[in-house]
Design a protein around this ligand. Structure first.
Ligand SMILES: O=C(CO)COP(=O)(O)O
Length: 274
């Protein structure tokens, strides 16, 4: 867990829920409402630990109405965006539209986009630029598959994805950047990278950011871990000093479980292991 100064985290942890292609627009309103109540009951302090959800595009308007109407502390964003701003791009969604819907963040380069839609580092570089153009904080997803991990090339592979997506961007443009390390072999499989694996890669990502930009910049960027995060393993994963939060898939659809993940500080002394 990112170190603390005077009781406050140096980097505000982020617990993010990626709903993927689950939850329709009616269910989304119920889920966000229940999540907000559960977090409130648990006394959640959003200034201390940020909580975001990433619903499907069709849910965003409903989520916006609820979050702004009820002044909820939960942030929200989209799972993808177009690299273009408008025009003849059937089926695509512009960052301008997302911004207008109150999105503050957007996922870029989730492994399911890379694998299912063949998104390349060059395309993700253009999508990241589009996010920045529209004032959306990019949550850049990187991570290796099983073969790469077994060959021992996971660090080089992941850092190449990072560099590819950030090429041409300046530190000034990237003040809101979040990087999410998600080893593909740990997504939805129940296999969790060990806390040492999460820390190793988070530290490597931070070192690469320091090399590309500066130490000072690298210290401000939040690095998340994603892949089968649950309430029982979140505390040990976030124990690494460079791991600043979690990108949660399946468990984010269960409000009790997701709320417990957001209360990870309370599990620190439970001895729960990944
Ligand atoms: O892909 C993920 C989040 O983006 C992780 O999914 P799971 O938590 O279901 O493994």
């Amino acid at each position: 867990m990112t170190t603390q100064k005077n009781g406050a985290f140096v980097r505000r942890p982020l617990i993010a829920g990626n709903w993927k292609m689950n939850i329709d627009h009616m269910e989304a309103i119920a889920l966000v409402q229940k999540l907000a109540w559960t977090l409130n009951d648990a006394g959640h302090d959003y200034d201390r630990v940020q909580v975001s959800v990433f619903p499907p595009f069709t849910d965003l308007r409903g989520v916006q109405t609820l979050v702004t109407g009820d002044k909820l502390g939960v942030d929200y964003g989209a799972q993808d965006l177009s690299d273009q701003d408008s025009g003849a791009f059937t089926g695509d969604i512009s960052g301008a539209f997302l911004k207008k819907l109150g999105c503050s963040q957007v996922l870029i380069g989730h492994s399911e986009r890379r694998e299912v839609h063949g998104e390349t580092d060059a395309q993700l570089n253009a999508k990241l630029s589009a996010a920045l153009r529209h004032g959306l904080a990019p949550v850049l997803c990187v991570g290796e598959g099983l073969q790469v991990r077994e060959a021992g090339n996971h660090v080089a592979h992941t850092l190449a994805q990072l560099e590819g997506a950030l090429a041409g961007r300046t530190a000034e443009e990237l003040t809101e950047l979040v990087v999410a390390y998600e080893p593909v072999w740990a997504i939805g499989t129940g296999k969790v990278a060990g806390p040492e694996d999460a820390q190793e890669m988070s530290a490597a990502i931070r070192a690469k950011l320091a090399e590309l930009y500066s130490e000072g910049f690298a210290e401000t960027v939040r690095v998340l871990y994603g892949g089968s995060v649950k309430s029982k393993n979140v505390a040990s994963i976030l124990a690494g000093p460079d791991v600043d939060g979690a990108l949660v898939g399946g468990a984010s659809l269960d409000t009790e479980e997701f709320s417990k993940i957001a209360s990870f500080e309370k599990h620190v002394d439970t001895g729960a292991q990944a």
